[in-house]
Ligand binder design. Structure first.
Ligand SMILES: [Zn+2]
Length: 338
């Protein structure tokens, strides 16, 4: 036990002092897919005091190729990623306080958990949530580390509020920032590299080695052997609505939170009901039995129909698999559950 962190402490920029700091810190990881799995494992092994993981999805077979915290058992049982991640991480390091939250990363739900967070790691796959994270980070002065990858290509960028240009500033400055859904596939080394950069940046921030923090917008393509660091300091805007002098944090406003999301590259639509108290899944299972085959665990209920599959979470969110069409998904939702 006592030499658990010895190799990390021998690394001079961390040392015993840095290790003690790590044990006092709280890391929030938003998204427990490929990036979130990789960074959560490294952060938990490093001995950070508290780790909170937020994810709205459950484990599927197509995740196992790159989402390192999960195994076949969890895919078979459709266990929510936040639960599966928490259980696996607790076996890796029982000294870390780990919380797994099965929920959508929405402004109001995140706002209630960020008060003691020291750094936020981006493990999401969409810009709607990233802009919410960006505004929260600015409002509460929390450093956050953007990360994304597709195919063999990856990007990472560290945002220190009050210092770096924020994601909103950068949007106009970075030409190849992809906002559209991408179905180009992904290979695990691209994930591992982005996560490695994100974790290195998080460790620097957590041990308060501010000078070491990377200030460039970093991109690479591990298949085509390219690596590029872009200087972005000049992109910071005084009148940016998220980080400027008169910031209004537009992405925290209620009206900017979507009720229906098309999930990128997944042929699925998520519908979030108005009220989000606990749903009676047993009752819904009885109702849905006549329409299709039911599979259920303590966290969610899924119903296989002829052309679609519905997955209903405890908080009332519904994933409609088998369509990218919002209206079609809504019709099905109202017909069966409305
Ligand atoms: Zn900005």
């Amino acid at each position: 036990m006592s030499d658990r962190y010895s190799r990390q402490q021998l690394f001079q920029p961390i040392g015993e002092k840095g290790q003690a700091l790590l044990q006092q810190k709280h890391v929030l990881i938003i998204g427990a897919g490929a990036l979130g799995s990789a960074s959560a494992e490294a952060i938990v092994r490093a001995g950070v005091g508290k780790v909170t993981i937020v994810d709205r999805d459950y484990v599927e077979w197509s995740n196992l190729q790159r989402q390192q915290l999960y195994s076949e058992k969890e895919a078979e049982q459709e266990i929510p990623k936040a639960i599966a991640a928490k259980e696996r991480l607790a076996r890796i390091n029982s000294n870390v306080q780990i919380k797994g939250l099965v929920m959508d990363a929405m402004a109001d739900s995140l706002e209630s958990i960020v008060h003691d967070v020291d750094v936020i790691l981006d493990g999401t796959d969409n810009f709607d949530i990233r802009f919410v994270i960006n505004d929260l980070a600015q409002k509460y002065h929390i450093p956050w580390i953007y990360g994304s990858c597709v195919g063999s290509y990856g990007t990472t960028y560290t945002i220190i509020p009050g210092k770096s240009p924020c994601l909103h500033c950068l949007l106009q400055a970075v030409p190849n920032m992809t906002i559209t859904c991408d179905t180009a596939g992904i290979i695990s080394p691209a994930v591992q590299i982005v996560a490695a950069y994100q974790v290195a940046e998080a460790l620097k921030i957590l041990v308060e080695d501010w000078q070491a923090v990377c200030d460039t917008y970093r991109t690479f393509d591990v298949w085509h052997n390219q690596h590029y660091d872009m200087r972005v300091q000049k992109a910071k805007k005084k009148d940016c609505p998220s980080c400027g002098e008169q910031a209004i944090y537009p992405y925290l406003a209620f009206e900017n939170q979507t009720k229906v999301d098309v999930l990128c590259g997944r042929n699925a639509v998520q519908i979030r009901p108005q009220r989000s108290d606990d749903y009676n899944l047993d009752y819904l299972a009885q109702q849905l039995q006549k329409h299709g085959t039911i599979q259920q665990n303590p966290y969610l209920l899924s119903c296989q129909l002829k052309d679609y599959r519905l997955v209903i979470f405890q908080d009332g969110r519904v994933l409609v698999h088998g369509t990218n069409d919002v209206q079609q998904a809504k019709n099905l939702y109202y017909r069966l559950l409305g």
